[in-house]
Ligand binder design. Structure first.
Ligand SMILES: [Zn+2]
Length: 219
């Protein structure tokens, strides 16, 4: 491989992107004999948290601009990401949920100019995701996850509550439908190295067909 290969993994929140990433990593190790350290998962949300925690100059800038509870500014996210892509010593870099805004999509070509790149887009209907998490609860007392049935924890009788993530999920899904999905589909219209999968496609099928279609990058 001459260049690092950046795979951008796009799909609705809670639609199982992490599972697709793990299938890709497994297939890369089997098919191309890559090692654990050759494949890196990168979440921009996680990078932002790390920068802020370490109080780097970029982290301080992020903290200042996100103080009001807003999104991280695209220019700062792009800068942080490009540094990371160059710094991490892996052959394949899997981006979880990037790009997600119109501005990030516009800068995508520029950002990817030193790398081979591809986009995996899995189109899971939002209604299906909401249905899946509708009855998902966690016990406020013992923390065990379970389906809501009689309203009490089946292990300890404690109160069942929604997970924090699930509570904010409808808002995140709406943001995805309105902002991320149309923005990222522009990359498909522009004829980028783009792979569209229906929501019914399984992670291992996606990993296999995607890597077969991109064999040339691994020569
Ligand atoms: Zn319990």
């Amino acid at each position: 491989m001459n260049k690092k290969f950046v795979i951008s993994l796009i799909g609705a929140p809670a639609s199982g992107k992490g599972y697709i990433a793990s299938c890709l990593a497994k297939e890369l190790k089997e098919k191309y004999h890559l090692k654990d350290a050759d494949v890196a998962d990168i979440s921009t949300g996680e990078l932002i948290r790390q920068e802020k925690k370490a109080k780097t100059p970029l982290g301080l800038e992020l903290s200042a601009s996100m103080k009001e509870g807003g999104l991280a500014p695209d220019a700062l996210v792009n800068k942080m990401l490009i540094n990371t892509l160059h710094k991490i010593n892996a052959k394949v870099l899997i981006l979880d949920g990037y790009p997600r805004t119109v501005e990030q999509v516009k800068e995508f070509d520029q950002l990817m100019k030193d790398f081979s790149s591809a986009v995996i887009f899995r189109d899971t209907p939002v209604s299906l995701i909401l249905e899946r998490v509708k009855n998902r609860r966690i016990c406020a007392n013992c923390g065990r996850a379970q389906e809501v049935s009689n309203g009490k924890c089946e292990y300890c009788g404690g109160e069942l509550v929604k997970r924090k993530d699930d509570e904010v999920l409808p808002d995140r899904l709406a943001e995805y439908e309105e902002m991320t999905k149309p923005a990222v589909l522009e990359l498909k219209n522009e004829g980028k190295n783009f792979f569209f999968y229906e929501g019914t496609a399984e992670g291992d099928e996606i990993a296999r067909s995607f890597l077969t279609a991109n064999e040339k990058y691994f020569k």
